[in-house]
Design a protein around this ligand. Structure first.
Ligand code: VGL
Ligand code: ZN
Length: 202
């Protein structure tokens, strides 16, 4: 019951990632009832919120001649370009109205620096600039983290891989996630998580 050393990390359940949103993930809203139910079973509940300025470098609209889902080389490696999404202060960046937010102990925003994207809840896409989540969890004695949310093959996977790398017991509940699946990314990221020791459950 509510083990204090176990955290539920709810990734990016925002309007833009749900049907009707700018970067809609198929069935993204269908996971919400289960996610809401899970919250009561964890001593620490964290929500993440993708939170981009309008001039964000991950938006195809900010790269002349580029279309969404193409890639560009950034200083930190290849970056997939997205439709404009989760722009700070817009309705698309709000949490989906069905998601419970009152039980959350922390809301962590990411991707707010124009020059760098941040898929992971722990580090920006250079894999070194921290969001502060690791310090928060460590100082609360959290040893195990369970991930749910959107999207399985991007923000959920990057977060779970970083958690394993940081030494947490990491688990992803795939049935409480939905993915984008760009060029086989669902299978690739699930294989990568399994190799890294992330527990994949339904
Ligand atoms: C995400 C692409 C761009 C995600 C966020 O939440 O998985 N994907 N920004
Ligand atoms: Zn984003």
């Amino acid at each position: 019951m509510r083990p204090v050393d176990e955290a539920l990390i709810v990734i990016d359940i925002q309007n833009d990632f749900c049907p009707g949103g700018a970067l809609a993930v198929a069935g993204g809203d269908t996971i919400i009832p289960r996610v809401n139910d899970l919250m009561a079973g964890f001593g620490t509940v964290v929500l993440t919120q993708d939170w981009h300025p309008a001039d964000h470098s991950s938006f195809a609209s900010n790269h002349a001649g580029k279309a969404p889902f193409e890639s560009v080389a950034m200083s930190y490696g290849m970056q997939t370009l997205w439709p404009d999404h989760c722009v700070q202060g817009t309705g698309g960046a709000d949490f989906h109205p069905a998601l419970l937010t009152d039980p959350a102990h922390l809301v962590i925003r990411k991707g707010f620096r124009a020059a760098i994207d941040s898929y992971s809840a722990f580090f920006e896409n250079d894999r070194t600039t921290p969001t502060g989540l690791d310090g928060y969890l460590r100082s609360r004695g959290v040893a195990a983290v369970t991930f749910v949310g959107l999207a399985t093959d991007f923000c959920v996977a990057y977060s779970a891989l970083d958690a394993a790398r940081l030494g947490y017991r990491a688990k992803v509940l795939l049935g409480a996630c939905r993915g984008i699946d760009l060029g086989g990314s669902m299978a690739a990221m699930q294989a990568e998580m399994r190799t890294a020791g992330v527990a994949l459950e339904d």
